[in-house]
Write a protein that binds this ligand. Sequence first.
Ligand code: FNR
Length: 339
Amino acid sequence: MSRAQRKIDHIRHALSHERELHNHFDDIEIIHQSLARLDFNQLRIDMKVGELNLSSPLFVNAMTGGGGEETKAINRDLALVARETGIGMAVGSQMSAIKNVEERHTYAIVRQMNPEGFIFANVGSEASLDQAEQAVDMIQADALQIHVNTLQELIMPEGDRNFTQRLDNIQRIVSSIELPVIVKEVGYGMSMETIETLQQIGVRYIDVGGRGGTNFSKVENMRRERPFASFNNWGIPTPASILETAGSGLHVFASGGIRNGLDGAKALVLGAEGFGMAGSLLRVLVNDGINSLIEEVAHIHHEMKMVMMLMNAAVPHELKGQPYILLGHTKEWYDQRIQ
Ligand code: FNR
């Protein structure tokens, strides 16, 4: 099977796998406030997260981009939507394009489509400093994501098995690259122990990439003759993972299973500063096209601003710490891990 075909399969499986019946964002209820004091039309959603100047807390998260013409077309369309809506966008892993020069145009298109936009480069934690710099140069990125995906690799028959150098690689990149570097999970979440270790090596930005949306155990198991189905529910749900970051002082992005602007607002209430969406945006693009995705982004912004209105939050940062209650699994998680 060609690499391009494998990436198309990846996308198909990512969009079609069975979702969890329960979304953990439903375990959070923001407490309604009756007395609004702001003007909806004056609400600001542009913001600063550390050194990142973003026009919205929402961004398109990394999705496989390189390979063939079909994945290039997806990258082009996502970049166009990001440009039209002003949101940030992460490209998918650039590792294969770093190794195969002929794939680079399938990423470079993102910068061509959106010359002024905020774009995140993306590499795996196997990347050397030189490879990370190539990824940034390829798309003149504004920030760099390094993804960590141990379980996905372990399920993939051709996946990596030796992770002895990973922490050193991350440390080298974080200490040498001038741009903000975000260490991100891909759907298994980050624990407070992981966060502490990342902090010790100088990491300042993370994307918790929690469980609850695109599930790479299921995606990779669909490609295996003998699946490791017992790992299909492994990982820290996104809201629990945001709670795990409490008090760390890191800049936290949330992703994994965010379905709409209300989920995004809940992530901000729990302590994240921005939120990424991958699978649910790609599904709209593939099924309904570019214009529908532009409308969807506007709808997500509108929903988030409705929550800001209800909480009297004039800017997204003011959502942090608004009153909420936790239910069910997330409450149990909080009681046993955080309290
Ligand atoms: C991804 N994701 C991902 N992440 C990453 O860091 N590098 C990558 O190359 C990819 N590739 C990729 C392909 C496809 C088709 C999807 C749907 C996702 C993971 C993504 O950025 C995100 O962390 C998870 O998908 C969780 O978010 P959602 O999909 O639940 O919103």
